[in-house]
Design a protein around this ligand. Structure first.
Ligand code: PMV
Length: 330
């Protein structure tokens, strides 16, 4: 056993083994297909992992006594765990994971990177936390169940978003399409048929926390209207689930449009989102809506192999700063 392992044996449970080489882990981004905002108020949402964008984390051993250091080169952050404030999200997921595993911080450097655009409705914060918790558990040779991982990430999501529904950490930790209802056991979705989506970025960053806060104030001021809108979204999500599970591609487009109409009424759309949505529909998409917190960030368009190229071109011409193609099901 090397020096580091010897030291660990002195201080830590014997199950903990410290590899001498670098350990990697990753976590996907996500989209909310339908149900955002209403999901905060107990209605269902459908979310899908998007592995084309990812957060990755690595742990490399450091010299004994060097402490644990967090390194996020994308944002120019270098932080010692023992000097990080309690509400620093990267430190919080490390502390939560170590506490859950019942071990002390190893002498190591955790480096985290992400290709998921921030503040754009694609789950960047939850994916970064998930990758860190995963890589740490892997480095320590300790098992970390998906349910526990999701719960750890949820605690850090509270630091980012205030009152998150839990949908982001769930879909990202499980890496499967989910039908999510706050506080209920996760339901994995089996999607039949093939659905083709374009995910287009308005390029306008938008903090979910602000949109969620505005919706809460509007709901408090006019609960009857907002409860009705949330109920209508809930019914749309249930119908979308049936369409996905039966492979009824034709049915999904109008449901996405109906969801977008409610999101407009809730007050979370924006001129940039509306421009992309209108362009996608005019170019042949069968449905289009914002995804995530809204006010900016990404939108999705349901396309077919025949309409995909024209819709992508229209989105580009309407100002989309990045377009991803995602096939789901099949
Ligand atoms: O903006 P995102 O991708 O974090 O999605 C937020 C989804 C909301 O329903 C608006 C908030 C939540 O916590 O579910």
């Amino acid at each position: 056993m090397d020096d580091r392992g010897q030291m660990a044996d002195d201080k830590r449970p014997s199950v903990v083994r410290y590899p001498s080489s670098v350990v990697h882990a990753s976590a996907p981004g996500k989209i909310i297909l339908c149900g955002e905002h209403a999901v905060v108020y107990g209605r269902p949402a459908i979310a899908i992992p998007i592995s084309q964008v990812q957060a990755t984390a690595t742990v490399e051993p450091a010299a004994p006594g060097a402490s644990l250091t967090l390194h996020a080169p994308d944002i120019g952050l270098v932080l010692r765990l023992d000097e990080a404030p309690p509400d620093q999200p990267l430190a919080a997921i490390v502390r939560g994971t170590l506490a859950h595993l019942g071990v002390e911080a190893p002498d190591a450097t955790i480096t985290v990177r992400s290709t998921i655009p921030v503040a754009s409705g694609m789950g960047s914060s939850a994916a970064v936390s998930t990758a860190i918790a995963r890589v740490l558990a892997r480095y320590l040779g300790a098992p970390l169940e998906r349910a526990a991982l999701s719960a750890l990430v949820y605690e850090v999501e509270k630091l980012h978003h205030g009152t998150p529904s839990g949908v982001d950490n769930t879909v990202i930790a499980y890496e499967q399409p989910v039908y999510f209802v706050r506080g209920q056991p996760i339901e994995r979705l089996t999607i039949r048929g093939r659905f083709h989506l374009l995910i287009a970025d308005t390029g306008v960053p938008s903090l979910t926390r602000l949109a969620v806060g505005d919706v809460r104030r509007a709901w408090e001021a006019d609960p009857a209207t907002y409860e009705r809108l949330f109920d209508e979204i809930g019914a749309i999500v249930r119908a979308a689930r049936a369409a996905l599970e039966s492979g009824d591609v034709a049915r999904l487009g109008p449901l996405l449009n109906a969801n977008q109409e409610r999101l407009r009424q809730i007050g979370v759309s924006s001129p940039e989102l509306e421009r992309l949505i209108a362009a996608a529909l005019a170019a042949g998409a069968s449905g289009a809506k914002l995804c995530g917190g809204g006010r900016g960030g990404n939108m999705i368009a349901l396309v077919s192999p025949t309409t995909q190229a024209a819709v992508a071109e229209a989105l580009r011409a309407a100002g989309a700063t990045r377009i991803l193609f995602q096939e789901i099901g099949g």
